[in-house]
Every structure is written in C-alpha cells, then in structure tokens.
Design a protein around this ligand. Structure first.
Ligand code: CMC
Length: 387
C-alpha cells in the first residue's frame, strides 16, 4: 500500500454493496429501490417511502395502514425526555438537541436484540415516530412554551408542522412538506449514511447509529448547507447583487453554498423538484424575493461554475420552501435529519444483514524510531504545540 493508493474523502472507493438507492450523476437521476425520486415525490408519502427504503418493497394497503398506525401510536415521548430537553440551553443548536435526544432513546429502550425482526421493526417505528416529537418539543421549549402533544388524527407531516408551529397546517403546506421528506429520505453512501453504517457495523443499538449520523449531517459541507444557503441569499440581498457576490466568492475561492456535489455533474434532480414545490408555495402563500435572488444566482453560476459540473444541489431551494412553511432557519438541518432517519435505518438494517465491522487501513506518514526525552530537553526545540 503506497501513498498513490490513497483516495482523499474515499472518492470513488466502494465501501459497501447496497440495494437501497442509486444515483446516475451524469444524467441527474436518483432512485430509491428502483423507483425514480420524481415519481415517489409526486405520488408516495414519507412513511410509505420509509417503508420502501427499509423493507425493500412498497407496502400493500393493509401493511401501510398498520405501519402508519404503529408510528402514530409511538409518537409520544416520556416526560423524562421532555425534562431533559428543558435542561438544554435554549441557545444551543437544535441538531445538538436532536443528537442528544436520539441517543437518549437507547437508555429507555435498552434491550437490544439485533437478530429479532420485531426488535428491528420496533426500533424503526420508535425512531420515526419520536424524532419529530423531540424536535418540535425542543423548538417550543426554547421559545418558552410547553411542548404540545402529537395529534392522533393528523398524518405524519401535518402532525410535525402542528407540533412545531402550534397550528394545524394548510393541507397544501402539509403535502409539500411531506414531499420534502420523501426527497431527503435517502441518498446512497453520503457522509452521514456512511457514519451510520460504520456505527451499525459495531452492532451497537440503533439509537447510537442515528445519533452518530445526526452528528455527521450537521456540518456545513453536508446537511448544514441548507441553513447557509438562506444566509447567503440574504447577504446577497437583491438580484442586482448576485454577479458581484459570485465574482467575489470565485476570486476568494469560497464555496457557493447549495452548489456542487460529489456525485452529480448536472443539477441535482431533487433541486429541480424542490424548485417546483417552492413555486407552488409562493403561488398560494405569496412570493419570496429571495427566490428571485436564488434564480439569478443559479443562472449566473451556470455560466461560471457549470463548466466544472457544479450546479444546484438539494440544499439550494429547500431553505426557501422551509422558510415559507414557517420553519425557523436553524431547524432546516434537523428537518433534513428527520427525513434522512429513514435512509439511515434502511442502511442499519442492510448492514446487519451482511455485517462485517468497518476497519479500513491507513498509509502511515508520521515519524518513526524516536526516543523519549525529558521536558527540559524538548521545550526550546518544539515550543508550545497546543495553541
Ligand atoms: N462553489 C464553488 N466551487 C465549488 C463548489 C461550490 N459550491 N463545490 C465545488 N467547487 C469546486 C471546488 O472549489 C473545486 O475546485 P478546484 O478543482 O478548482 O479546486 C472543485 O469544485 C471540486 O470541489 P471539491 O470540494 O473537491 O468537491 P467534493 O466532491 O469534495 O465536494 C461538496 C462536494 C458538496 C462538499 C462541495 O461541492 C461543497 O462544498 N459545496 C458547498 C456546500 C454544499 O452545498 N453542501 C451540500 C451538499 S448536498 C447535500 C448533502 O450532501 O448534505
């Protein structure tokens, strides 16, 4: 093994075999279990899609009803979890609150039985059911309100928006939010999913698997970019400011948030669908001037970044949709996590089906054969390396 074998970021290195989703990055096609994302976003629901991802087939009507019912029955969380959320600092990032609360479920449901399909099903249902409740509870608590209980008569997406905003959402808003969840549910072996699989491969519990993936999703190069896109659009401010902003970003070699993808050389198909959803929302609930800025940025970037295969990714339009739905900016990434939990759980189950613990190798490039010296002999030479 030599340095020339090293692929930074494991680019192009197959790290698993998976039957869950597939990307054709040249043609801009994403499919879950062989179904195109466009078809699923148009016709499926988040819970149906989650079932498809995790168990490999679309559920028949009875199976779907039972699954939806079981998720609905597990939405409530223990008062201890609500109390724990109350102890978190209100100024903390909701991704940290989500990571901690997802991990805490392992304390409540500790009887791990990874070879039992009922345990797998129970853990999937519990995580899909409770993540929205915990997230909405943190949001209300940090606003100084009491968390509200889930509404059994509302479907998954409506119930989340209801718990978050304390108002029953408009059916169009709920339908569009559900489509957003479908679009974010899975995306092959991205950083957080890889993290989930590595954690799963140690045979730890599924709550630790999801918590480790949440931590990985939080960074600005991954899920965190959706927050930064909106901040960037606001910084640009007007359509007239786009060209100067882009020129400056390119000159300073700064990444334009919401652009570029390791897998796609064309516009991310999810960005195209999200753009359509944004327009539906604006038609119904009023225009957002930041959308004009975004469209201008996409057009100008097509000339300047397009030749390098850099186009809008899923995060470019999602923030505008979430903002119109009344979701606070720092909840954009947690909402991404809420949806991606379906994919992480599918990968958890797949990993368990043919498990081998991940243990890659490295190419050592450090010093060798050094002899320990007392502090007096080294301070002058090394200085303080901790600062
Ligand atoms: N703006 C400007 N230049 C870019 C961008 C961008 N957004 N993305 C890539 N490039 C350039 C980069 O500067 C480099 O140029 P050069 O070869 O001249 O040095 C080249 O394209 C390759 O970039 P890279 O960073 O080596 O590519 P990567 O595959 O390692 O990174 C990425 C992919 C998504 C991390 C990167 O495109 C990026 O940082 N984008 C901005 C952040 C973002 O929108 N992230 C969300 C990703 S999609 C959702 C998700 O995965 O969570």
């Amino acid at each position: 093994m030599t340095a020339s074998d090293f692929r930074p970021g494991l680019e192009g290195v197959p790290a698993t075999q998976s039957a869950i989703s597939d990307i054709d990055g040249q043609r801009g096609i994403l499919s879950y279990r062989g179904y195109s994302i466009a078809e699923l976003a148009a016709h499926s629901s988040f819970l149906e899609t989650a079932y498809l991802l995790i168990w490999g087939e679309l559920p028949d009507p009875e199976t779907l009803r039972t699954f939806q019912h079981d998720v609905q029955m597990h939405r409530r969380v223990s008062f201890r979890i609500r109390d724990m959320l109350k102890c978190f600092p209100a100024g903390g990032h909701p991704m940290d609150a989500l990571q901690a609360s997802a991990a805490s479920l392992g304390l409540f449901y500790a009887n791990r039985a990874l070879d039992n399909p009922d345990y797998i099903r129970g853990a999937v249902i519990r995580l899909l059911a409770k993540i929205p409740t915990m997230l909405a509870a943190f949001q209300l608590i940090r606003m100084g309100h009491d968390p509200i209980q889930p509404r059994d008569d509302l479907p998954y997406a409506s119930n989340f928006l209801y718990m978050l905003t304390e108002r029953e959402p408009d059916p169009l808003a709920a339908r569009i939010f559900d489509s957003c969840l479908v679009l974010h549910a899975e995306h092959t072996l991205n950083a957080s999913t890889f993290s989930a699989r590595v954690t799963a491969s140690t045979l730890t519990d599924p709550y630790a698997v999801v918590a480790s993936a949440v931590g990985t999703l939080a960074g600005p190069l991954h899920g965190g970019a959706n927050e930064d896109v909106l901040l960037m659009l606001e910084e640009i401010g007007t359509v007239d400011g786009v060209e100067a902003y882009l020129d400056r970003a390119i000159a300073e070699k700064r990444k334009v948030m919401g652009f570029g993808h390791r897998e796609y050389r064309v516009k991310d198909p999810r960005a195209t669908i999200l753009q359509g959803l944004a327009e539906e929302l604006f038609d119904r609930f009023g225009h957002d001037e930041m959308y004009d800025v975004a469209r201008r940025l996409e057009a100008v970037a097509a000339e300047r970044l397009g030749p390098k295969g850099i186009y809008p990714n899923v995060d470019f339009y999602s923030g505008l949709v979430y903002r119109k739905l009344g979701i606070p900016t720092d909840l954009f990434t947690p909402v991404f996590a809420l949806a991606r939990a379906a994919g992480w759980l599918a990968h958890w189950k797949e990993q368990l089906g043919a498990n081998r613990i991940y243990r890659p190798t490295q190419i050592y490039c450090g010093a060798a054969g050094r002899a320990w010296q007392p502090p007096e002999a080294r301070v002058a030479k090394n200085g303080d390396l901790t600062g």
